[in-house]
Design a protein around this ligand. Structure first.
Ligand code: KG4
Ligand code: ZN
Length: 333
């Protein structure tokens, strides 16, 4: 089954063609980062406008690069939510029209389930059940995953998402948007043990997170050391990143042990973080757990994961109808 996937939930216009839910024939991502960079965050109205400009060329390019004809497509999968409503609507309405015109089945996909399923686009995916840590700009959650379409939420952030914390700290340090990748880079030049920021573990037995206190601690440090801050940026970045990574790594390993799962998946934009990848692999190895992390391209927003998820839903007999709408807040299914 050859599926065209479309993703426009935030600031990436993405389209991909995927065969049988696992072979990526093409994956095109057009990022709007430069548009939002001056504002230190995504401006929803600008995001919608840019999606409108990009959607047709991006889909055209994905079909062309896949080597299949548009006539050979069997179905369309499109992100339905969560995300920015105006942005989602661009991809969603485009997908509806595209499928209607060609009389193809189509299915609306939960972006978060797409991220979790991104591990199946890589060789050697985890067997069910496994525990997934989803860390992105909008979400930080741990799931117990029992099938492609069944995942139980074990815990989530009570305030900022991990990626949001990276972006806000980058903004405080005037490093621009999005902040994750630049903090990752800066941290390599810093000493993670020089400035020790608090580790917000909360109750070590629960799988919830809270990053707003850590963010405030960084803000206070910057205020106190404002005369000398520029010189300290690498150490601040490294200290902050190490605190986030410590908590994420501890919680996901603890969840896997509690659920007696031998396999962990690390997904979402923040899973691109080099220190997080290294730390979870190392710590999980000590507990004989196997870690699955997609390539950086598949961690960040993309449409291949949406097409893959579409395959699993369509095989299970789920299709969407023209009356269906997008949704903005997190929910599963
Ligand atoms: O999954 P994603 O592409 O979009 C959402 O669904 O939110 O995640 C974007 C987030 C941003 O907050 C970005 O700063 C963060 O992922 N990110 C990183 C890295 N690369 C992207 N965070 C930490 N380290 C990175 N290398
Ligand atoms: Zn995402």
């Amino acid at each position: 089954m050859i599926i065209l996937g479309i993703e426009t939930s935030c600031d990436e216009t993405a389209a991909a063609v995927v065969a049988d839910g696992k072979t990526v024939l093409s994956s095109i991502v057009s990022s709007q980062h430069e548009v939002h960079h001056p504002y230190g965050g995504v401006v929803p109205e600008l995001a919608s406008r840019k999606h409108i400009e990009a959607i047709v060329p991006v889909v055209d390019e994905a079909v062309r690069a896949s080597g299949v004809d548009a006539e050979q497509l069997d179905a369309v999968a499109v992100t339905r939510g969560p995300g920015l409503v105006g942005a989602l609507l661009v991809g969603f309405c485009f997908a509806k029209a595209f499928a209607y015109m060609r009389d193809l089945p189509w299915v609306g996909i939960n972006h978060l389930e797409g991220h979790v399923n991104s591990v199946f686009l890589e060789p050697d995916p985890p067997p069910f059940p496994f525990v997934a840590l989803l860390v992105s700009g909008g979400h930080t959650s741990i799931y117990h995953v029992t099938s492609h379409t069944a995942m139980e939420l074990l815990g989530q952030t009570r305030d900022d998402a991990a990626g949001e914390a990276f972006d806000k700290v980058a903004k405080m340090l005037e490093l621009g948007y999005p902040g994750g990748a630049v903090i990752d880079r800066m941290a390599k030049e810093g000493d993670p043990d020089k400035i020790i920021f608090p580790r917000p573990f909360l109750d070590k037995l629960v799988f919830d997170f809270s990053f707003s206190g850590l963010k405030t601690a960084v803000k206070r440090y910057i205020q106190i050391h404002k005369d000398d801050c520029t010189r300290q940026i690498p150490d601040i970045a490294a200290g902050f990143q190490e605190a986030v990574v410590d908590v994420l790594s501890y919680k996901v390993i603890h969840a896997a042990k509690t659920k007696r799962c031998d396999h962990i998946a690390l997904v979402g934009g923040v899973a691109a973080n080099s220190r997080l990848r290294e730390k979870v692999r190392h710590d999980a190895g000590l507990e004989d757990l196997t870690v699955h992390i997609p390539s950086v391209e598949l961690c960040q927003d993309n449409a291949a994961m949406i097409a893959a998820m579409g395959y699993h839903y369509l095989v299970a007999g789920k299709v969407s109808g023209l009356a269906d709408d997008v949704f903005s807040r997190a929910r599963m299914g």
